[in-house]
Design a protein around this ligand. Structure first.
Ligand code: C2G
Length: 129
């Protein structure tokens, strides 16, 4: 079984998120999503609209996602790859190169971001109305 791992906040889930989750699942058989906790979002300088529990429940109900774990700090990735026996680590290419250190432990793939959609953009549109 080929296991895939990806990370993110996944706030106000949109089709850009769905696209990368779909592509992650196409790369393997089992997809683990490490979901940023509310506390870690503060460290990332992000304030998510939806709580960790709400974001987790949504992700757990997406057919591509097999398991959701917590992301609490930047340097848990190597442990996560080992603990969950990950074959492929995937992120959007806005992170290109940032996680190449994981190449010692698994395949690392950066996928093109979906154009013209982001949580920030959605917030701007919603705030305009
Ligand atoms: N993404 C995408 N296309 C978009 C928006 C997001 O492909 N239009 C991808 C991002 O590249 C990322 C994933 O969706 O791989 C989740 O995006 P965010 O929720 O913004 O996550 P981020 O803040 O980048 O957190 O340790 C890594 C961090 O937790 C990543």
């Amino acid at each position: 079984m080929k296991k895939v791992l990806t990370y993110g906040t996944f706030d106000l889930l949109h089709y850009g998120h769905l696209n990368i989750l779909k592509k992650c699942k196409q790369l393997g058989d089992y997809l683990v999503v490490a979901l940023s906790s509310d506390e870690f979002n503060e460290i990332k300088g992000k304030k998510s609209v939806m709580s960790f529990e709400e974001r987790k429940e949504i992700l757990e109900n997406i057919k591509y996602v097999d398991e959701v774990i917590r992301e609490d700090h930047w340097d848990q990735k190597i442990d996560d790859v080992k603990k969950h026996d990950i074959d492929i680590f995937v992120m959007g290419d806005d992170w290109k190169g940032k996680f190449d250190f994981l190449k010692d432990y698994c395949e690392v793939i950066y996928l093109p971001r979906t154009k013209s959609i982001s949580t920030t953009l959605l917030k701007q549109i919603i705030n305009k109305d």
